[in-house]
Design a protein around this ligand. Structure first.
Ligand code: ATP
Length: 696
């Protein structure tokens, strides 16, 4: 059994006109181990440069990176994905190498994109004694260079100037020392979304614009115009090996039983002989496979990511999934849902398919995959060359995680890839609330994601549904559609502690909004989202703000994709301070330092409110969310929420007409939906419902 979201409880009893906080004041609250207490944002000096703030996303403490600290802490601070920790482990665990059994995972690590072989790329200096688990001095490759650990300065770009800024900001040219020599082959990030760049050297084929992934941001998913170098990626797998592998996949070279396993062994032995290197991650994966106990999973977490402990809900979810039990996970935004499919993807033998509603989300998640977890994506905006290159990598077993849109499940060519060949261990459905017609982001293509289809067509072993917000009704629908037992619902508190929520009654919302934006704490904020209910509302609110010298842009689904993409890009790079938007803005927004969310209009549901306020303070800092409440909007939305209702009297008249004695049996009853709906004053959909097999 699951209980309704806690947030519903906390919010419902709060007085509308008083401050409502998701949590008691911080001084009364003991600090939680997983989420460090929010640090108040230092206010930037209004005249010039704001003080740079360290941006230590999701580090367990405030320890300075330069302070002497245990290996993993240092690694976690300088490298949130734990790359440094893994690199150190390569040299430290040479001795363990011989014990590591060879597995398909090892093969995946080694047969991944040849331009990024961790063993060669991250070999410790020869002088370092192999037994000492010390961190080898590590310079991250250029493409992994973390952004500077300070908040970007606030740039007050006048609204008028924004239209002149080009939509694609060109990458700065590489430093001479970083630029690859001209003669060298192009190197690509192992999880680069560009599948074709390595496979084809010929001119890029023309790419159709846009796609049906529902993305509203045009993305540079193929990395055009981008130059990346990987300082440490020194070796590539030989061309001979690759062509042999391709031939074997294509069936040109016979593959006997056990051949693959033998190849792995030979390869692994050669590797070990050559470099004497191993990987702590591999050992931890093996141990977790044999026994997914808390201790073994913790070791893997530490080895793979450098984190010391799981956050709430993570361990239980991972253990469920590894045990093959379909699970529903409800965690707040930024609480670490991705880890709950990434770790099982390392442990489970087959492929992990991640369904994501937006291309921008897919690209973002693909980029965030740990470097040793090879991944790819299939998007409708890819060319057929790109599709086939991804398919090839999949069939060659070079991929562990594949991101796809829900629309893919309508595509037979896609489904055929998995027919009898590729075992899928896990299907992770991100933003699972889109399945429910009751949710604020219902997406019809998600309806296709039924457990029956996934099992029948893809022989999926286990399903993991993830969302940040879902009402009881939405949860019920998801559990039913994906046939997840209600015992396997893992739900954590939905409003983050670092969010300060407040509400005020307002008869003149425009003026109050201006006042709010010009007074503390909003006056000092660099990034604010103002949510409105209607598209037209966003336009006039935005105009009002611009007229009052506030850099703002509106965003709603009625705008052309290009404009929306530009607004999002400018907001992310702090060129726009305020975005006035409808619900369309936010999903896929990768900006952790949004400091304030203001609701100009009342959201339609509590889940919508939680989702939208959740876009603030994802960096863990204290952030503010305010709701302007006026009675006119309340009644307008109230009436909208009842607009789908059907009048009981009209309904019984309609039913009588349909099933009266003369029509009851042996007659084919014809119905012109439009006429009938007018005659009985009910919606056409209601008439349609009588002809849907599910409803009869
Ligand atoms: N156990 C952990 N310890 C420390 N940091 C963690 C842990 N798990 C995840 N993180 C970090 O938390 C941050 C947010 O994680 P993630 O992006 O997976 O959140 P999310 O729930 O998927 O967010 P969203 O709902 O926006 O997709 C990441 O930087 C991740 O590395």
């Amino acid at each position: 059994m699951y209980s309704p979201p806690h947030a519903a409880d906390s919010d419902s009893d709060g007085s509308l006109l008083s401050d409502v906080s998701a949590s008691p004041p911080r001084r009364h609250t003991p600090p939680r181990p997983q989420l460090p207490p929010p640090k108040p944002r230092p206010r930037p000096v209004s005249t010039s440069k704001p003080k740079p703030k360290p941006k230590l996303k999701s580090t367990p403490s405030n320890t300075s990176a330069s302070a002497p600290s245990p290996t993993l802490h240092a690694a976690a601070l300088s490298d949130p994905h734990g790359l440094t920790a893994r690199i150190a482990s390569v040299s430290a665990l040479t001795a363990i190498a011989s014990k590591v059994s060879v597995s398909s995972f090892r093969r995946l690590v080694q047969s991944r994109n040849p331009s990024f072989d961790p063993d060669t790329a991250f070999t410790a200096p020869a002088s370092a004694p192999s037994e000492v688990p010390s961190i080898a001095p590590y310079l991250p490759p250029a493409a992994f260079d973390a952004p500077p650990q300070v908040r970007p300065k606030r740039v007050n770009t006048p609204a008028s100037a924004l239209s002149e800024i080009p939509s694609a900001v060109p990458c700065p040219p590489l430093a001479a020392s970083d630029a690859p020599p001209q003669a060298r082959p192009k190197r690509v990030h192992p999880n680069s979304v560009s599948e074709v760049t390595t496979a084809t050297t010929v001119e890029q084929s023309k790419r159709p614009r846009g796609g049906s992934e529902g993305n509203f941001v045009r993305l540079n998913i193929n990395g055009y115009g981008r130059r990346r170098t990987f300082k440490n990626a020194q070796t590539r797998r030989s061309t001979k090996f690759r062509s042999w592998q391709r031939q074997r996949v294509a069936g040109a070279i016979p593959c006997g039983p056990g051949d693959e396993e033998r190849d792995f062994v030979v390869e692994a032995l050669l590797e070990r002989e050559k470099k004497g290197a191993s990987n702590a991650v591999l050992e931890a994966v093996e141990m977790a496979r044999e026994d997914p106990s808390e201790q073994n999973l913790l070791s893997l977490l530490k080895a793979a990511y450098g984190y010391d402990s799981f956050r709430e809900g993570q361990l239980a979810t991972i253990q469920n999934v590894v045990a093959g039990e379909s699970t529903m996970l409800v965690l707040p935004t930024g609480a670490g849902k991705s880890l709950c499919y990434q770790m099982p993807a390392m442990i489970l033998p087959g492929l992990t398919l991640v369904v994501s509603p937006l291309l921008s989300l897919m690209v973002d998640q693909l980029r965030k995959l740990p470097a040793f977890l090879p991944g790819g994506l299939l998007a409708s905006s890819q060319t057929s060359d790109e599709f086939h290159a991804t398919r090839q990598r999949l069939l060659a077993g070079e991929m562990k995680v594949l991101f796809v849109s829900p629309e893919r499940f309508l595509n037979e060519e896609f489904l055929m890839i998995f027919k009898d060949t590729l075992p899928i261990s896990l299907v992770a459905i991100d933003e699972a609330h889109c399945i429910s017609e009751w949710s604020h982001n219902f997406r019809p293509s998600y309806l296709r994601l039924r457990a029956s289809l996934l099992w029948r067509k893809l022989n999926v072993q286990c399903i993991l549904a993830m969302t940040a917000t879902a009402t009881t009704q939405t949860l019920e629908e998801i559990l039913n559609a994906l046939e997840i037992p209600s015992d396997n619902l893992i739900q954590m508190f939905q409003v983050r502690e670092n969010l300060q929520l407040s509400i005020s009654a307002s008869d003149s919302r425009l003026k109050d909004l201006m006042l709010l934006l010009k007074s503390s704490p909003f006056a000092d904020m660099r990034s604010i989202i103002v949510y409105c209910k209607f598209q037209a509302e966003t336009n006039f609110v935005c105009k009002y703000l611009c007229d009052n010298n506030i850099t703002a842009k509106s965003y709603h689904s009625g705008l052309p994709i290009k404009s929306r993409s530009r607004v999002q890009e400018f907001f992310c790079s702090n060129k726009i301070r305020v975005v006035v938007a409808t619900v369309a803005f936010g999903m896929g927004l990768d900006k952790s330092d949004v400091e304030g969310v203001i609701h100009y209009s009342l959201p339609e549901s509590l889940e919508e409110y939680i989702q939208e306020t959740g876009r603030a303070g994802r960096d863990g800092r204290l952030s503010h969310c305010h709701l302007l409440l006026d009675s006119a909007t309340f009644y307008k939305i109230h009436s909208l929420s009842h607009s789908d209702g059907v009048d009981e009297y009209a309904m019984s008249k309609f039913l009588y007409q349909m099933f009266s004695s003369e029509n009851a049996t042996g007659h084919i009853c014809s119905l012109v939906k439009e006429l009938t709906s007018r005659k009985f004053d009910i919606k056409e959909e209601v008439c349609t419902c009588f002809f849907r097999p599910a409803c009869t």
